[in-house]
Design a protein around this ligand. Sequence first.
Ligand SMILES: Cc1ncc(COP(=O)(O)O)c(C=O)c1O
Ligand SMILES: N[C@@H](CCCC[NH3+])C(=O)O
Length: 411
Amino acid sequence: MFYYKNNELYVEDMKVADIALEFKTPLYIYSKSHFETQYKKLDEKITRRHLICFALKANSNLAVINTFAKLGAGADVVSAGEIFRAKKAGLDTTKIVFSGVGKTPDEIKYALENNILMFNIESFEELEEIEKVACLLNKTAPVSFRVNPNVDPKTHPYISTGLKKNKFGISHTQIVDAYKKASQMKHISIKGIQFHIGSQLTDVSPFFEAQIKVAHIMRELLSLGIKLDIIDIGGGLGVVYENEKEPDLDQYANFINEAFKDFPDSMIVLEPGRFLVANGGIFVTKVLYRKQNEGKNFIIVDGAMNDLIRPSLYDAYHKIEPVVKKNAKKITADIVGPICESGDFFARSREIDSLERNDLVSIFSSGAYGFTMASNYNSRCKPAEVLVDKDKVKLVRARETFEDLIRGETI
Ligand SMILES: Cc1ncc(COP(=O)(O)O)c(C=O)c1O
Ligand SMILES: N[C@@H](CCCC[NH3+])C(=O)O
């Protein structure tokens, strides 16, 4: 929960300025109660038997994963590294679904050893590899297939995943063959079906379109004697960054009930990432310098695209406000970082309160795909992460040091 009181930004019961003073900037600050609220909101709406598998790629800090694990969540992972994180965070590995088009044999082995809930298989060759690794381990691999339903999610092209031009999933025209093939394999146990059409959907109707197609496939499979215990409907629920309309959760839940009414016994798996965490995080950065080039204002802050890449990568909008509002006059400026790239910006031609050196600014909606997409570009140490729970402030990842930058390197 982030809010202004007497022109000062708070996170839960704490002043953001005080936290920034203690932990320095640039800094990620998370609100535990926001995470819990979002989880419960979704959990309560879905009336069928279900499991919420938090998509760790959105925010894989151990304390964040642990927050959801304590509420009963599972995890959607895309690498063995994320399985490792989930384990370290105390999440039950039997609640993990493993997505991704390029799982390596080592990752498949690691997942099997950790008894995950299921692999979401994305190609025929991956199916063969999983059968092979499971055979070597003398295990049975629980699987579902990710179907590419060819549905337009009407979102940013970089985060659309369910169109036939995208690399994801197995085409709906081949999916039945995939199940037939899997049903012949000795070390494969067919559990479910999965789809994920894209991210940041605020209109939920494309989900329904995909669900209808998937239910159709399920009926076809049933006629072949293949019954599925799990329907994994992916993630993709959007959030408000600027002035979007929040997704209608009642409608979302109704669509699920309607589309899959012929399969009342199957468990619904959801894979939300952004919805659970985006607005539970801010990125706080400090004004280093200001300058004007031929009438154009630049505000140079100590955070950069290596810390939060969404504006540079997707031209994504993030609300930016001073941590302490001083009723200053408004100016129009580019808010940029210190990295040697013209693409290193958080906002361009943005109207913002006139700022002074050392003023703190908050970049909102940074809890999803913020820290997880950070890099060390320009040999910048990754920022610290702090989790706030009412009046308790906990450093949940220390700021990197120079030694962290060269760990593992030799001359
Ligand atoms: C397979 C899969 N599941 C879940 C997610 C989480 O998406 P979101 O953060 O939009 O909920 C993604 C990312 O888009 C994904 O690729
Ligand atoms: N990284 C993207 C979301 C990608 C979703 C991954 N399947 C973002 O920041 O919006």
